[in-house]
Design a protein around this ligand. Structure first.
Ligand SMILES: [Zn+2]
Length: 219
């Protein structure tokens, strides 16, 4: 009995430290998305941390990676277009150096020759300003939790692309065990949960009475 109690405590401790480590990694990998992780509860629900188990962390990680790379890419595109337009404005006034620098990659002589040729080409085509694309607003998480058996990610910022990624993540959580990340299904007996067969049985759900939703792929 004593051994059982001790091993349970150790298992709980290992699980907690694994979950805590994974949460720290998510916050470290995506500091802009989880910048309110330690903000007061009057400001955000992120102060409660990630209110779901670690089986979904790969989904959260992939979702955050897709969102942040999209945001960074859109911001870089905007900054590049603004820089180009500033250089063209200077070129129109006779100063070709900023536009030459814009086309210079690296320090080699070939890079300088390439840049000067590019500027000549631009001038022969007639200098024109580029359209400046809109940058995607930074996504800031306000709550990450399980609700009705699936993942919910609440945030502000983002755009249609981010909303699509979030929707995909929620769909993936409905077929992924929240405890271990293996293939699972949404169980609707009592408290809704998405679990694999092993964890469903461990938590006294009747795995066999619930069929997987075959209609999901037929539409
Ligand atoms: Zn499982």
């Amino acid at each position: 009995m004593k051994f059982w109690c001790l091993s349970s405590i150790i298992l709980v401790h290992i699980k907690d430290s694994y979950e805590e480590r994974t949460r720290r990694i998510l916050c470290k990998n995506y500091p802009k998305i989880f910048r309110d992780r330690n903000a007061p509860m009057t400001h955000t629900a992120m102060c409660w941390g990630f209110e779901c188990s670690s089986g979904w962390y790969d989904i959260i990680n992939s979702m955050c990676r897709a969102m942040q790379s999209h945001i960074d890419h859109s911001r870089n595109n905007r900054a590049r277009a603004l820089r180009y337009n500033r250089a063209v404005n200077r070129a129109m006034k006779g100063d070709l150096e900023p536009l030459t620098k814009y086309y210079t990659f690296g320090k080699g002589i070939n890079s300088r020759v390439y840049a000067e040729n590019s500027v000549k080409q631009e001038i022969s085509n007639g200098l024109k300003l580029r359209n400046v694309p809109t940058a995607c607003p930074q996504v800031i998480a306000t709550q990450v939790k399980e609700k009705f058996g699936t993942l919910r990610f609440y945030y502000y910022g983002g755009d249609d692309y981010c909303r699509g990624v979030e929707s995909m993540a929620e769909s993936m959580s409905a077929v992924t065990c929240e405890e271990c990340g293996n293939h699972g299904k949404l169980l609707t007996q009592g408290w809704y949960r998405t679990l694999c067969e092993i964890h469903a049985k461990e938590q006294n759900y009747d795995w066999n009475t619930e069929e997987e939703d075959e209609d999901q792929t037929s539409e």
